[in-house]
Design a protein around this ligand. Structure first.
Ligand SMILES: NC(=O)C1=CN([C@@H]2O[C@H](COP(=O)(O)OP(=O)(O)OC[C@H]3O[C@@H](n4cnc5c(N)ncnc54)[C@H](O)[C@@H]3O)[C@@H](O)[C@H]2O)C=CC1
Ligand SMILES: CC(C)CC(=O)C(=O)O
Ligand SMILES: [Mg+2]
Length: 404
C-alpha cells in the first residue's frame, strides 16, 4: 500500500511539466522518486466493450517495462460493470472492491454498454464505477490533455490553435451531483412524473480538491482556473467562495474563475489560455471529453484518481465505446498512458513510467496510428498491432522526454 506516497502526492508540491515551456518535462514527486519497493500488487478491471482490449495492451506494456526496470508486478483480474452484473448480479462485487483496496494500484478499462442501458440505477454498470471510486475514496481525478507534436494534424482544431496545448483538468470525483441526495424519481404537485438529482458540496470536499489543484498549478504554469456556474447555482457560489478563501495560501498561483458555459467555448476558441483547471464532478467529466478532442481523440487521454490514502485508480477517460468494441479498432494509448500514471503516481516508479511515455512518443514517431488519430501519410493499425509496436518501443527506447 502506498498511503504515504499518495498523501504526499496530493498535499506537497510536485512537478507537472510547465505549460510555459514547449519542451516536455517530467511530472515528478519527491516521494515518488524515493520508492524502494520493487514488488507490487495491481488489480486489473478490464470491464466492458473495448475495456478488455485496451487493458490487455496496457498489461503487456506494464509487464515488459517492469521486467526491464526490475519491478515485479502481480496482477489480479476482477469483475466490474456489465461483466460483473452478468456473472454475479451486481456491478461492483464485494470481492472486487476488497481486492482493489488491498492492492497497490488499480488499472481500469471502461464499463457500460447497450445491454445494460435499461437496467435500474443500482444495476447499471456505471453505478459500479461510482461505487468503486467512492469505495477507494479517490476524490482527485487528474486528466491531462496534452497535444503531442506528432498528432497536431489529428486535432479537430486548426494547427495554430491546437499546437502546444498542455492543460490539466483537476476534477472532483466523489461528490457533487453524481452522488448528491436526494435523488430519484417522483411526482410533482400537478401529478406529473419527475426525475431529480442534487448538486451538493461540503466545505471539506471543495477545500481538498482545491488544494490539490493549487499544488498542481504551482508546479505547472502557475495558473489555476476554477470553473463553476456561480451565476446560477448555490453549490457553485459556495465552491467559488471556498476556492477564493484558499487562494490566500497560494499567493504564487494566479487564480481566475470562469463560468462553465464560457469555459466550454474558450476550450475550443483558445485552449492555450488554460494551464490547470479545477472543477466539480460533472463539469470536469464534460470538459475533459471536450479537451480530449484538441489532442486528436478521446482515445489519447489518461487519468489518475487519487485519495489521501490507499491505492489510486488509473483509467482512460473514455467509455466502453460499444460502437467499435470487438473490432480491434480501439486506441490503447489512453490506457497505456494511464498505466504510466499508475507507475508514476501510484507506485513512485518514475523511470519506468517515463520509459512508457517515451515509448508512446516513439511509436507515434514511427507513424503508427489507430483510425481515430489517423492522418494521411501515417500507418493505420488496429489496437493489437499498435500494442505490439508500443512493446517494441518500450524495449528499444530509453527514458527521455516525459509525456504526461
Ligand atoms: N469510465 C468509464 O468506464 C466510462 C463509461 N462510459 C460508458 O461507456 C458507454 C459508451 O459511452 P459513450 O457516451 O459512447 O462514450 P465513449 O467514450 O465510450 O465513446 C464515445 C465515442 O468515442 C469513441 N471512442 C472512445 N474511446 C475510444 C478509443 N479508445 N479509441 C477509439 N475511439 C474511441 C467511441 O467509439 C465513440 O464513438 C456507456 O455505457 C457509458 O455509460 C462512458 C464514459 C466513461
Ligand atoms: C460514471 C462514469 C460513466 C462517468 C464518466 O463519464 C467519467 O467518469 O468519465
Ligand atoms: Mg466521462
Amino acid at each position: 500500500m502506498v498511503t504515504c506516497l499518495q498523501t504526499q502526492l496530493l498535499h506537497t508540491p510536485f512537478q507537472f511539466r510547465s505549460s510555459s515551456s514547449k519542451k516536455p518535462t517530467s511530472l515528478r514527486c519527491s516521494a515518488a522518486t524515493s520508492s524502494t519497493k520493487k514488488s507490487y500488487k495491481i488489480t486489473l478491471l478490464p470491464g466492458d466493450g473495448i475495456g478488455p482490449e485496451v487493458v490487455s495492451v496496457a498489461k503487456d506494456v506494464l509487464l515488459l517495462t517492469g521486467s526491464i526496470h526490475g519491478i515485479k508486478l502481480e496482477f489480479q483480474e476482477k469483475l466490474l460493470g456489465g461483466a460483473a452484473l452478468d456473472a454475479t448480479g451486481v456491478p461492483l462485487p464485494d470481492d472486487t472492491l476488497s481486492v482493489a483496496k488491498q492492492s497497490d494500484a488499480v488499472l481500469l478499462g471502461a464499463i457500460g454498454g447497450y445491454k445494460w442501458d435499461k437496467n435500474e440505477k443500482h444495476l447499471k454498470p456505471e453505478t459500479g464505477l461510482l461505487q468503486l471510486r467512492e469505495g477507494l475514496r479517490v476524490f482527485a481525478n487528474l486528466r491531462p490533455a496534452t497535444v503531442f507534436p506528432q498528432l497536431v494534424d489529428a486535432s479537430t482544431l486548426k494547427r495554430e490553435i491546437a499546437e502546444g496545448v498542455d492543460l490539466m483538468v483537476v476534477r472532483e470525483l466523489t461528490g457533487g451531483i453524481y452522488f448528491g441526495k436526494p435523488r430519484g424519481f417522483g411526482t410533482n404537485e400537478n401529478g406529473e412524473e419527475t426525475g431529480f438529482n442534487t448538486e451538493i458540496y461540503a466545505a471539506h470536499e471543495i477545500d481538498r480538491i482545491a488544494r490539490v489543484a493549487f499544488n498542481i498549478a504551482r508546479k505547472r504554469g502557475g495558473k489555476l482556473c476554477s470553473v463553476d456556474k456561480a451565476n446560477v447555482l448555490e453549490a457553485s457560489m459556495f465552491w467559488r467562495k471556498r476556492v477564493v478563501a484558499l487562494a490566500q495560501e497560494y499567493p504564487d498561483v494566479e487564480l481566475s474563475h470562469m463560468y462553465v458555459d464560457n469555459a466550454a467555448m474558450q476550450l475550443v476558441r483558445y485552449p492555450k489560455q488554460f494551464d490547470t483547471i479545477v472543477t466539480n464532478n460533472i463539469f470536469g467529466d464534460i470538459l475533459s471529453d471536450e479537451a480530449s478532442m484538441i489532442t486528436g481523440s478521446i482515445g489519447m487521454l489518461p487519468s489518475a484518481s487519487l485519495g489521501d490514502s490507499g491505492p489510486g485508480l488509473f483509467e482512460p477517460i473514455h467509455g466502453s465505446a460499444p460502437d467499435i468494441a470487438g473490432q480491434d479498432k480501439a486506441n490503447p494509448f489512453a490506457t497505456v498512458l494511464s498505466a504510466a500514471m499508475l507507475l508514476k503516481y501510484g507506485l513512485g516508479e518514475v523511470e519506468a513510467a517515463e520509459r512508457i511515455e517515451s515509448a508512446v512518443l516513439e511509436t507515434l514517431n514511427r507513424g503508427f496510428r489507430t483510425a481515430d488519430i489517423y492522418s494521411a501519410g501515417t500507418k493505420l493499425v488496429g489496437c493489437k498491432q499498435l500494442g505490439e509496436e508500443i512493446l517494441k518501443s518500450v524495449e528499444s527506447h530509453a527514458p527521455a522526454a516525459a509525456a504526461v
